[in-house]
Every structure is written in structure tokens, then in C-alpha cells.
Design a protein around this ligand. Structure first.
Ligand code: HEM
Length: 173
């Protein structure tokens, strides 16, 4: 048994892990909140990304759209980390080495890198293109953000069915 598996099994045996498995209402409630968090995070980042791509709200300065929607994106992200961790704790032994879960986590990191690179490069010069047609770097960041976040949602949905059909592994000896 690997240390990762032993840790995953420990997570499922914690009070929270057991409650998430044993309480008929808790898991679906947390999953519903996880879907709502997706709407807040991916909804707000998509509106900003469509503005960056020059496809939506083109008469509103980019900095104004960012100021309005980034707080919702951060709130949604925090929500996803909390609800996602609770979901993970209920099925950690089935999820930790699941390729779809690993791809989903890698996509979330990629979305973060895309946002960080954008903020540290093109967005630093936003005053020069704020109310006009965004430069290539901004458009690229916008399109990449939309593709990656929708891939995260697709991976989450796929994970739901993949974990549900996965056999429960034996406890570590
Ligand atoms: C940050 C952005 C995230 C988004 C947009 C997202 C989105 C989703 C979606 C749409 C689902 C499918 C829900 C369903 O069909 O019922 C899902 C499932 C899941 N997510 Fe996330 N998620 C995110 C982050 C996380 C994180 C950080 C974790 C863990 C640390 C996580 C763990 C899970 C698990 C374990 C499931 C499967 C639950 C099940 O078996 O039904 N998610 N996610």
C-alpha cells in the first residue's frame, strides 16, 4: 500500500469522511453546492474572458469588468476548494489515483497559470487598451480560460460517474 493510499484511506475514516459517506443528505447537498460554486466561478470568469476575447460587453472598459467579476470568481474558487475537499474526503481511496481526478486537478492548476501569466504581462499595460480592442495576448488568455474551465467541469462530471462505478478498494493492512 502506498503512503498516498494510506493517507486517502485515513481521510475517508475521519469523522468528516464518514459523515460524508454515511449521511444520506450531506453528500448530495455538498455536491449541489459544488455545482453552484462552478456556476459562480466559471460564470464570472467566462464573462471576463468573453470581454477579453472582444466578444461581449465591448463598450465597457476591461478593468471595470474585471473589478466587478473577479471577486465572484475568487468567492467561487474558495467555495470549490471547500466543497471539493469534502467530496474528495468521502471517496478519497477511489478518487486519489483516478486519472480523471488527476487531470481535473492539473486543469485547475493550468487555469491558475493562465490567469497569473495574463495578470503579470498583458494586464499590466491595460491602461493602453482598456476601452479598445484587446491585444492578442488578452484574447488568447480569454479563450484559454474558457476552454480550460469548461474542461474542468467536464472532468468533474466524468469523475462523478467514473468514481460511482469504481470498486471500493480494500483497507490498508
Ligand atoms: C476549482 C474548480 C472546480 C470546478 C469548476 C469543479 C466542478 C465539478 C463538477 C461540475 C463536478 C460534477 C458534479 C456532478 O455532476 O454532480 C465535480 C465533481 C467533483 N469534484 Fe469538482 N470542481 C472544482 C474543484 C474541485 C476540487 C478542488 C476538488 C477536490 C479537492 C474537487 C473534487 C470533486 C469530486 C471528488 C467530484 C466527484 C463527486 C462525485 O463523486 O459525485 N473539485 N466538480
Amino acid at each position: 500500500m502506498t503512503p498516498a493510499y494510506t493517507f486517502a484511506h485515513w481521510l475517508t475514516q475521519t469523522y468528516i469522511g464518514r459523515e460524508m459517506q454515511g449521511n444520506a443528505y450531506l453528500f448530495p447537498t455538498v455536491e449541489a453546492l459544488h455545482i453552484m460554486g462552478s456556476a459562480a466561478l466559471v460564470g464570472s470568469t467566462s464573462i471576463l474572458s468573453l470581454r477579453l476575447a472582444g466578444l461581449f460587453l465591448t463598450d465597457v472598459p476591461v478593468s471595470k469588468v474585471a473589478k466587478q467579476f473577479l471577486p465572484w470568481a475568487w468567492l467561487g474558487f474558495a467555495f470549490q476548494v471547500i466543497t471539493g475537499t469534502l467530496l474528495f474526503m468521502s471517496e478519497a481511496t477511489q478518487a486519489y489515483d483516478n486519472v480523471i481526478f488527476q487531470v481535473k486537478m492539473a486543469l485547475i492548476v493550468l487555469a491558475g497559470i493562465n490567469a497569473l501569466v495574463f495578470q503579470q504581462t498583458v494586464y499590466r499595460r491595460v491602461a493602453t487598451w482598456d476601452a479598445s480592442n484587446p491585444p492578442f495576448g488578452a484574447k488568447f488568455a480569454g479563450y484559454a480560460s474558457i476552454v480550460v474551465w469548461f474542461a474542468v467541469i467536464a472532468a468533474g462530471r466524468w469523475l462523478n460517474s467514473s468514481v460511482a462505478n469504481a470498486p471500493m478498494p480494500p483497507p490498508p493492512v
